[in-house]
Each structure stands twice: as C-alpha cells, then as structure tokens.
Design a protein around this ligand. Structure first.
Ligand code: HEM
Length: 137
C-alpha cells in the first residue's frame, strides 16, 4: 500500500466510525447471507463480536504505518482464528462481505481508487495471516 492508498483507507474509515455498530451489523448480515454455514462458528449474541471486529479493523487502520507492529498482532489473530475452525477459503468470503458492506455504507465515496486500496489492504492482511498458518491449514 502506498501513501495515497493509506490516506484513502483512513479517510473512508473515518466516515464509517460514527456508524460502527450498524456497519458491523450489516457486515455479518452480508456474510451469513453469502455463506449461512459460517453462522454456527459464532455465538448466539453477535453484538460483542460486532464490536470486537470493528475495533480490530480500527486498530489495523490506525497502525498501517509502520506495519511491523501490526504484524505481531495479525499473526496472533491468525492463530486464534485457526482455533475457531476458520478455513483459508473463508477469508475470501469475509473479504467479499467486507467490500460489499463498505460499498453500501460509503456510497459515492466508494470510488474505484478507494475500492482498490481496501482490496489491497485486505489482501495484505490475509496473506500475512495465512502465511503464518502455512504449515497448519
Ligand atoms: C481481516 C480479517 C479478520 C479480522 C480483522 C477478524 C477479527 C476478529 C476479532 C477481533 C475477533 C474477536 C476474538 C479475537 O480477537 O480472537 C474475531 C473472532 C472470530 N472471527 Fe474473525 N476476523 C477476521 C477474519 C475472520 C474470518 C475469515 C472468519 C471466518 C468465518 C472469522 C471468524 C471468526 C470467528 C468464528 C470468531 C470467534 C467468534 C466467537 O468466539 O463467537 N474471522 N475475529
């Protein structure tokens, strides 16, 4: 990710933050619509999970530079996700749901350039997470 992409990500996430709960809710709704089989991995009450996911996304967006601090956190996140039973293919489903949610929430601010920046970020995160699990998944 270059400086311009980082700035687009930060700028668009700032627009999401005031509607954090609604956006997180829409994200999980989209995810379970796309793949209902993923619902059973989560507890009945999704509210705490919505908060945790959105807070982690905020942490990621806040720490894109320098990336090394994020690396340690993401590796630990990957290992916890392995224990939850998350498979490599699920990362694509989650990425699609996240992109659809951002597009829906950001509307005209979801420009092609912003979309490329977010896709790039998600790819970077998942590559790092999946690489750290290489021998296990
Ligand atoms: C960039 C990608 C992702 C981020 C930032 C993320 C973030 C989080 C966070 C912050 C938690 C709270 C617990 C913890 O920190 O370990 C969590 C839990 C969880 N995530 Fe993710 N996640 C991601 C990808 C995925 C994927 C691909 C799946 C697959 C369906 C998934 C399924 C789960 C499940 C099952 C839990 C545990 C829920 C529970 O205990 O009820 N996550 N995730």
């Amino acid at each position: 990710m270059d400086e311009r992409q980082i700035s687009l990500i930060k700028h668009s996430w700032n627009h999401i933050l005031p509607q954090k709960e609604e956006t997180g809710g829409l994200f999980y709704q989209t995810l379970f619509w796309d793949d209902p089989s993923l619902r059973f991995l989560f507890g009945t009450n999704l509210s705490p999970q919505i908060r945790k996911f959105m807070d982690m996304m905020t942490f990621i967006v806040d720490n894109l530079q320098p990336f090394d601090r994020l690396e340690k956190e993401l590796k630990a996140l990957a290992h916890r996700h392995f224990q939850y039973g998350v498979l490599a293919v699920d990362y694509d489903t989650v990425g699609d749901a996240l992109m659809k949610t951002l597009a829906e929430r950001l509307q005209e601010q979801w420009t092609p350039e912003t979309e490329i920046a977010w896709r790039n970020l998600y790819r970077t995160i998942t590559q790092l997470m999946l690489n750290s699990l290489k021998s296990r998944l």
